[in-house]
Design a binder for this molecule. Structure first.
Ligand code: TRP
Length: 464
């Protein structure tokens, strides 16, 4: 793309590429939605925040709140044909419109650095499986020693992020999407297989129950706060991505139906990952609360134990981490790509300069996150490690704000009627009444309550 074309603040003048059709759209959104959020993040949050009750809260939020936001973002994108900063400014010029657009646009830039740290961990595990170190990886302290080792953690992070940045420079988004379309079905098959193995281990049934049957004793406000953050994260909501995708969408694609399909796909994979990991925790540790609360390290501790106990564990380990790596790579690339396109569109930078800037952001925040468990472990931000802090900042603080901006834009400025008009071009919009109810009252109220409680929790004003 030429420099001169990038200086305009909007995309409206250019002819915009569009998805070939309904299936193409659903696959593209599902491809971006399925990533580390489903396989790594969902199981450890479900384990930590109450099992079945977390799952129940998650499902309710996704079908109501998540649904309303996906429809809104997609419709706004299709209506304005712009990505978030431009879409907000298409409706007004004040500082609030600026804020609404930018908060959406900045979130992916803050996620991709720490996402790449986890991507680095996945790469390291793949490498070790390739070397046949299956038994060593299943050792009790293997993971904690690995992340505490500054050089190792830094090197694997750099390797993963170099891959991401290289693709940004090349701009070969197409190729990556094609790869992920082959890999996703493979991932599903493998996940079903590993989950099947995992739930049939002796003692695993307790874990299946813990994950699937809600127990209100395990409920706390943090269950709702984290479930909402996870829903945004997993479905790529509240960070402008769906505006951009919506802007590529043709008018004849049924927004309501495709939203439902994306939700089913994304949640299906997350639940399979839960069934792979949580029953395994019970089988190998008897549901020890410390293990259940392991947090980000959970996948790297229990999955290797499952594999080490299987006859063909090395092969399974190679395949599993290869597929997770590919899912993580495609997601990381589209997260970073959204940052790059914001720089191009809003700051008028060339692609090269934008990719360099994005690379610098990844390097700076990512390296800090990677070293946060060893060399920099004295740094504690609001009581969290650096990686956890970025995760909390984006998921629990910024995404609610981004979602609130979208709610206000829809109800106060654009109007529910115009959104309905956009959706009804290709859909019956059967859930219109629920949609209106959520956008107008329930969503903003929930967001504000949740925002306040997550801030209060961090500062220790209340303990949840
Ligand atoms: N949803 C992705 C996951 O579950 C992560 C993600 C969030 C993402 N926002 C995104 C991926 C935007 C691509 C584009 O891992």
């Amino acid at each position: 793309m030429k420099e001169a074309e990038n200086t305009g603040a909007s995309h409206a003048g250019k002819s915009r590429s569009s998805f070939s059709g309904k299936l193409g759209y659903v696959l593209a959104v599902a491809g971006s939605a399925v990533g580390l959020g489903n396989i790594w993040r969902f199981p450890y949050l479900a384990a930590k925040y109450g099992g079945g009750i977390f799952l129940l809260v998650y499902l309710i939020l996704m079908l109501t709140f998540g649904y309303a936001l996906i429809v809104s973002e997609t419709a706004l994108g299709r209506m304005t044909k712009r990505s978030p900063v431009g879409a907000f400014q298409a409706f007004g010029k004040g500082p609030l419109f600026k804020f609404g657009g930018w908060v959406n646009a900045v979130i992916p830039m803050l996620i991709v650095p720490y996402y790449s740290v986890i991507g680095g961990w996945v790469t390291k595990y793949l490498f070790e499986y390739l070397r046949g170190n299956t038994a060593a990886l299943a050792g009790d302290d293997y993971f904690s020693h690995f992340i505490a080792d500054g050089i190792q953690a830094g090197v694997w992070f750099l390797l993963f992020s170099l891959l991401v940045v290289a693709v940004l420079f090349a701009g070969v988004k197409q190729g990556v999407e094609r790869v992920s379309k082959v890999m996703m079905p493979l991932l599903v098959v493998l996940a079903i297989f590993v989950a099947g193995y995992s739930v049939t281990r002796p003692g695993a049934l307790e874990g299946v129950k813990y994950f699937l049957i809600p127990n209100f004793k395990n409920f706390s406000w943090m269950t709702v706060v984290t479930a909402m953050g996870q829903m945004f994260y997993s479905l790529s909501i509240a960070m402008g991505i769906l505006y951009t995708y919506g802007s590529y969408l043709k008018k004849d694609v049924d927004i309501e139906k495709s939203t439902g399909q994306v939700e089913i796909f994304d949640t299906g994979i997350a639940m399979l990952a839960g069934l792979m990991i949580i029953p395994a925790v019970f089988a190998f540790s008897g549901g020890d609360p410390d293990t259940l609360k392991a947090g980000p390290s959970l996948m790297f501790i229990t999955i290797p134990k499952v594999f080490a106990s299987m006859g063909f564990g090395t092969g399974a380990g190679i395949l599993f981490f290869l597929l997770v790596l590919l899912a993580a790579l495609t997601s990381a690339i589209s997260l970073a790509e959204s940052g790059v396109s914001t720089f191009e569109d809003q700051l008028g930078f060339s692609r090269r300069k934008s990719a360099l800037l994005m690379g610098a952001i990844i390097l700076l925040f990512g390296l800090a996150s990677a070293l946060g468990f060893g060399t920099l472990d004295f740094v504690s931000l609001l009581g969290m490690s650096i990686l956890d802090f970025f995760d909390f900042l984006t998921n629990s603080l910024m995404m609610p704000l981004a979602a609130l901006s979208t709610c206000l834009l829809v109800t106060r400025v654009v109007g529910l009627g115009k959104i309905a008009e956009e959706v009804q071009q290709s859909s019956d919009f059967k859930r219109r009444r629920m949609y209106n109810l959520f956008m107008k009252y329930l969503a903003p109220i929930c967001i504000v309550i949740i925002l306040i409680s997550s801030i209060a929790n961090v500062f220790g004003w209340i303990s949840m």
